[in-house]
Design a protein around this ligand. Structure first.
Ligand SMILES: NC(=O)c1ccc[n+]([C@@H]2O[C@H](COP(=O)([O-])OP(=O)(O)OC[C@H]3O[C@@H](n4cnc5c(N)ncnc54)[C@H](O)[C@@H]3O)[C@@H](O)[C@H]2O)c1
Length: 548
């Protein structure tokens, strides 16, 4: 039966196929929001297990005072099991959360479309398959859309609504409304590999792995820098241990191949080897860290040296960074050498963006044996950690003196080997750049990209807002220098970033003409709505087409 989109699609009864981790989570939030839920699973025992799980969860929530008994009882009785898919005939929506296999999903959708009514929406919770490809198995792909929740569903408050190439916008619109009704924040995405969250999430892991692979720093050092200097909740290796490599390594490979070997997403031999060896993460007791009784074992931090340098010369290439380092030097009570040519006994501090300490030393004709580099992308005086980098020629004495200087006020310092863009600059610039590329490809609006990333990945800011906060032109400089130095196309800046940095525009800003068009279209739509309801749909429809 073809999909009927006339009028508002209202969703009151949901069928869920697959009652595993995701299916039961979706059932939980839907039932609590007052919807009727029918559960089906090819393994009949899984439906019973899901209902038992829900009963237990509702009881726990009630005991904690988070749910009143009446609502708990109503929610539980709203969830029923189905013996066959035929019992989904009167559903307004069917959400599929079965095994992640294209053939299985296609077959299921084909079967479902012969059962459900003309106004029923069919949605897939797939995280890695194309919605268009799943829908292509149906006689009418218009009713099929993506509804991608995250695990655990009740706690991860964001859901991606994905339009396939042949999806009718009304199907996605109905899912957007439903998501809000069940207390989630919906974001709308085009059908591209990884949608928004799993695409944006490439930055942290792939760059963290690349840095480790280059021998720049240990896993624990990279994590500490990303948490305490860059302000993320978790570093890349803590995150990989949590998700486990049996899940994340195949996802890394899949997204890389789906984008036809895009160098930005190149997976790492580090995870391939560790996966093969069973060091997959927390659940195996060993990943990038070891776990004893479930507790992560972290090597203790080495104490900072105490011998300060006799004097310090600081590069003036970056005036703000100069000021920030000079403040630390003054605080430590070390004399500042302000000559144009440094004194023979001075420690030489450079503050490059996207360059390594070696290139900065050579550029400024400095004695590399006395050069150290300090990452000044994040404020040096308020950060909970600082990063110090050496050239291959830097002496141990110079390194230790610089370490003592930077740690003089008690802030921990991580010493790394030479790296174009240190650790934080590299990872953050990569995250911003990938976010920009998602915007450039029009996979989602800038607003939805930042929303999806803050809610789906728990980053302190979305990639576009983060780029704005650190300065789009600084991020561009970092990437350009990294590209030049490393010669790897993975660091090429996205046109979205380059153009906005050149024009001094916010990274969150869509093209002005498009924004004006959208505003004009919505004004015209409002005006037309008041003047003549039959014409009101025209500008609105055009606007939707443009946003596909
Ligand atoms: N677990 C996650 O973190 C996560 C996050 C987002 C999306 N997803 C996606 O959600 C879907 C389900 O994942 P999950 O983690 O809940 O899996 P799961 O293994 O916990 O549950 C899947 C359930 O589907 C049933 N099933 C398998 N094939 C079926 C079929 N043909 N018909 C009916 N039932 C069938 C299984 O018996 C099982 O109970 C997958 O597409 C997955 O990619 C998972």
């Amino acid at each position: 039966m073809p999909f009927d989109t006339s009028g508002q699609i209202s969703i009151e009864t949901i069928g869920i196929v697959g009652s595993g981790a995701m299916g039961r989570g979706i059932a939980q939030i839907a039932a609590l929001a007052g919807l009727k839920v029918r559960l089906f699973d090819s393994n009949a025992a899984a439906v019973g297990a899901a209902r038992d799980y829900l009963a237990e969860t509702f009881a726990k929530l009630t005991a904690k005072g988070k749910l009143d008994e009446f609502r708990a009882r109503a929610a539980l009785s709203a969830v029923s099991g189905a013996q066959t898919l035929a019992e989904f005939a009167d559903c307004d929506l069917v959400v599929e959360a079965i095994v992640e296999q294209l053939d299985a999903k296609r077959a299921l959708f084909r079967e479902l479309e012969a059962i459900v009514g003309s106004r029923c929406v069919l949605a897939s919770n797939t995280s890695s398959l194309s919605i268009t490809a799943i829908a292509a198995g149906c006689a009418d792909p218009a009713r099929v859309a993506g509804f991608h929740f995250f695990n655990p569903v009740p706690l991860m408050k964001v859901v991606e609504v994905i339009d396939g190439l042949r999806s009718e916008p009304a199907a996605g619109d109905a899912l957007m409304d439903l998501a809000r009704r069940i207390g989630h924040t919906p974001v709308r995405a085009k059908d591209m590999p990884g949608f928004i969250v799993n695409h944006a999430g490439r930055g942290m892991n792939t760059e963290g792995l690349r840095i480790a692979d280059e021998g720049v720093a240990r896993f624990v050092d990279i994590d500490r820098i990303m948490r305490e200097q860059a302000g993320f909740r978790l570093g890349p290796f803590e995150l990989l241990d949590l998700t486990a490599l049996d899940v994340s390594h195949p996802v890394m490979e899949s997204i890389y191949h789906q984008f036809y070997e895009e160098p930005r997403f190149t997976p790492s031999p580090i995870t391939a080897t560790r996966l093969a060896g069973g060091l997959i993460g927390r659940k195996a007791g060993e990943g990038f860290y070891r776990y004893e009784d479930g507790k992560q074992q972290v090597p203790a931090e080495a104490p900072a040296p105490s011998a300060l340098p006799p004097r310090v010369w600081i590069s003036r290439r970056h005036p703000q960074a100069y000021e920030a380092v000079a403040e630390l030097v003054a605080k430590a009570g070390v004399p500042l050498d302000s000559g144009t040519t440094p004194a023979a006994d001075a420690l030489l501090i450079v503050t490059p963006f996207g360059l390594d300490a070696t290139s900065a030393a050579v550029d400024e004709h400095l004695d590399a044996t006395r050069v150290v580099a300090v990452d000044a992308l994040f404020p040096l005086n308020t950060a909970r950690r600082r990063t110090l980098m050496t050239t291959p020629a830097t002496t141990r004495a110079a390194r230790d003196a610089a370490h003592a200087l930077l740690a003089a006020d008690g802030v921990p310092v991580t010493v790394i080997r030479d790296s174009a863009g240190f650790v934080a600059q590299r990872v953050v610039a990569t995250i911003v750049n990938i976010g920009c590329d998602i915007a450039q490809r029009q996979i989602a609006t800038p607003e939805d990209i930042d929303l999806a990333v803050t809610l789906g990945l728990g980053y302190p800011r979305g990639p576009l807002a983060l780029g704005d906060a650190l300065g789009a032109s600084t991020i561009l400089t970092i990437l350009r220098n990294m590209s030049t130095l490393l010669g790897d196309p993975r660091y090429r800046p996205s046109p979205w970033l380059t153009r906005r940095a050149q024009l001094g525009l916010s990274l969150t800003q869509a093209d002005a003409a498009d924004a004006a068009h959208a505003a004009a279209a919505s004004d015209a739509s409002d005006a037309a709505h008041h003047a003549n309801p039959t014409e009101a749909a025209l500008p609105h429809t055009r606007h939707e087409e443009n946003s596909q």
